[in-house]
Each structure stands twice: as C-alpha cells, then as structure tokens.
Design a protein around this ligand. Structure first.
Ligand code: NAD
Ligand code: IPM
Ligand code: MN
Length: 363
C-alpha cells in the first residue's frame, strides 16, 4: 500500500512513518495516504512514507508491540507519524494498543493532544440551527499524565478482598505546559476564549493543582477571555450551546471524553482528526476514532478523520498549502455529498478516498 522509498526525501522532503494498525485503521489510512500523496504532488512537495505493520495481527503472530528502539528511531529518522487505530477483539487486554499508542505518546513526550471539532456543514450536526461559526471547538487534552500514567496495581487479585488502584498523576510541569500551550494556541489562531475544565470540587489534590496553575498562567494572557467549568457541566454545555467554546483545555481522561462529545456535535467520529504533539519534535497524527470493529472489513468507514489528520500533520510540518488543499477537498466532498454513509452519502471507503484524491490533485 505505502511505497517503501528506495531513496530518501530531498533536503526539504518530509519523512513520514505510517502505522495503519487495526480494524478500520487499515482501511482509512491507505485512503489518507493516497490523498496526501496527491495533494503533496499538486504542490510540488516531496514526502517519503514508510509503513510499519504494528498492530494486533503482528502481536498475535510474534508478540511484537512497540520495539524498544522505536521512539529513538522516530526521533532520528522521521518528521511525523500517521497512525490509524489500535484495538482488536482478539486482544481483550489491549496490551498492544497501550504499548504502541500510549507508548509513543509517553516515550516521545507528545504532551499535547489537539482535537479540533469543526462543523463543516450544518447538515452534519444533530443540534438544531447550528452552523460552522457555532461549532468550532478545539479540545486540548493533556496527553502524558493523569489517570493514563499507568501507576497502580492489584492487591489480592482474583479474591473477594481484591483491591485495584489507578493513580492520577498531575505534575506542576505537565499541567503548566499544557495550559500555556492552550493560551499560546488561542493567541496564535486568533481565538478569544480558553476554558479550563477539571473536577477540583471532588479531586481536591490533583485538580487543585490545575486550578492554581490556571490562575497563574492566565494572568499572562489578559487579552484572552479565560473561564473554568467542571467537566460534568462542560459536557452538558457543549451539547446545549457549543458556540460558547473555542479552546478547551483539560486533563487526559476528560479530554478523551470531551473530544468524542465534540465529534458527536460535528458529524461523528468519522470526521475528527487529532494531533499528538511535542512542539518542534517528531509528532503523531491520527483520527480520533478507534478501530471500529463493528464496521471493520466492510469498506464503509469514513476516511475523512484520517485524511484530516494527514492535513493537520502537513500543517505541523509547515506544508500549509498541502494542508489547505486537503481540507478544501474534504469541504467540497461534504458540500457535494461525496461521502460515506455515516455522513448521509453512499460511497464506500475506497470510493470516498478516490473522490478526495482526484479533488486534491487539482488543488
Ligand atoms: P470507535 O471509535 O472504534 O467506534 C465508535 C463508534 O464510531 C462505532 O459505532 C464505529 O462504527 C463508529 N466509527 C468509528 N470510526 C468510524 C469511521 N471512520 N467511520 C464511520 N464510523 C466510525 O470506538 P470503540 O468502539 O469504543 O472502540 C473500538 C476499539 O478501538 C477498542 O479496541 C478501543 O480501545 C480502540 N480505540 C482506539 C483508538 C486509537 O487507536 N486512537 C481510539 C479509540 C478507540
Ligand atoms: C483515543 C483512544 C485512546 C485513549 C485509547 C485507545 C487508549 O480512546 O485516542 O481517544 O483513551 O487515549
Ligand atoms: Mn478516545
């Protein structure tokens, strides 16, 4: 599917590692790669793509998850990683998914998970009378700590007295850098509002730190309107009136949940991309959705989340012309109804990818 490049990219060429992963990841990533190649060619940009077969099949075959030298190899040899999804019913523990996806987020210190939820067309939202201006929310999720830190354990596992702990790790450095990123992002993109969401009314230690750091950092950005909402209220408010939000910054678990709610407001998981970013370093781009075992193998998954993730990656790599070409292609497809069934169209995954490829080739 992805060509192994025999020669490396030119001095200005971008080197992309591609991990399709599992389930629909293996269907949407080939489409995203086709679209990316066509858009790059249209703008005279050179990219090289190398595919990695990490995922459930490989794990079940030989036990490989994330090879020990992978993070260093990515830092040394690649500019970015494009990933599909990980998760397979044959691996109920999701061990390979945790090792590969969470492993890369943690080991590459990709502390920002940037998840834009953009309403490309009014028809796509389940809300009444809402347009693009009303639903344009960027969820900025802390991506390297919190309840995802993997600190915890079992005691007396499997007995009636069993205890399971899962620690919520919040560091001064981690909280401060994500909150500062959110403000910088707002300033850089011309957003006026940042809302921090936590659960400090119940989580009196970890989220007290979020409160104190937020109050400190926001003083540095007097031009940005900053606010706070508890996560339970935030999710309700997102559904009730999404226009009140522009940038939302929150912890790892809450950001995971808020970004799926955001996806629901703009057409579902088929259309939302995400960037796992450490500014200035090799970063990873993927759709927000998972491996979708319920539709995997049917050639009906929407490739747009993966395609838009490739566009985010291009923007990150300062190939803004390519990014814009891809995003315009997606807008055109939605406008013209050239979509998969989740968005009301009748195209297969392959046909939707082909349509986008042909469109961006003219961009
Ligand atoms: P999911 O995102 O895979 O699917 C949720 C719902 O959205 C399903 O109804 C699915 O059919 C639909 N959907 C997802 N992607 C779609 C697409 N491209 N087009 C149209 N519809 C789409 O979430 P889940 O069902 O909770 O999880 C399935 C597996 O994926 C689990 O193993 C989970 O751990 C894993 N997962 C992985 C990632 C990731 O790799 N980043 C993200 C989420 C879930
Ligand atoms: C996501 C996914 C992952 C997460 C899972 C698969 C571990 O839901 O990327 O949103 O919770 O971060
Ligand atoms: Mn998720």
């Amino acid at each position: 599917m992805v060509e192994k490049s025999s020669k490396g990219p030119g001095p200005s060429g971008k080197r992309i590692a591609v991990i399709p992963g599992d389930g629909v990841g293996k269907e949407v990533i080939p489409e995203a790669v086709k679209v990316l190649k066509a858009a790059a060619a249209a703008h005279g940009r050179e990219i090289s793509l190398v595919e990695f077969d990490w995922g459930a099949d490989r794990f079940l075959r030989d036990g490989t998850t994330l090879p020990a030298d992978a993070p260093e190899m990515f830092r040394r040899e690649y500019d970015a990683i494009l990933l599909g999804a990980l998760g397979d019913p044959r691996v109920p523990s999701n061990q390979h998914g945790a090792d590969i996806l969470l492993g890369l987020r943690f080991k590459l210190d990709l502390y920002v998970n940037l998840r834009p939820c953009t309403l490309f067309d009014q028809r796509l939202t389940p809300l009444k009378n809402r347009g693009e201006k009303d639903v344009n929310i960027c969820v900025i999720r802390e991506n390297t700590e919190g309840l995802y830190s993997g600190v915890g354990g079992f005691f007396k596992k499997g007995t009636a007295d069993e205890i399971a702990t899962q620690e919520d790790i919040n560091t001064r450095k981690g909280v401060e850098r994500i909150i500062r990123y959110a403000f910088e992002f707002a300033v850089g993109r011309g957003y006026k509002r940042v809302c921090m969401s936590d659960k400090s009314n119940a989580l009196a230690f970890g989220h007290d730190l979020w409160q104190r750091v937020f109050k400190e950092v926001r003083r540095e950005y007097p031009a940005i309107e900053s606010s706070h909402m508890f996560i339970d209220n935030l999710l309700m408010q997102m559904v009730r009136d999404p226009s009140q939000f522009q940038v939302i910054v929150t912890c790892n678990l809450f950001g995971d949940i808020a970004s799926d709610v955001g996806a629901g407001l703009v057409g579902g998981l088929g259309v939302t991309p995400s960037g796992n970013i450490h500014p200035g370093q090799v970063s990873l781009f993927e759709p927000v959705h998972g491996s979708a075992p319920d539709i995997a193998g049917k050639n009906i998954a929407n490739p747009m989340g993966a395609v838009l993730a490739a566009a985010m990656m291009c923007e990150y790599l300062e190939c803004n012309d390519v990014a814009r070409g891809i995003e315009d292609g997606v807008r055109a497809a939605i406008r013209e109804g050239a979509t998969t069934v989740d968005l009301g169209g009748s195209l297969s995954t392959l046909a939707a990818g082909e349509w986008l490829k042909n469109k961006v080739a003219l961009s």
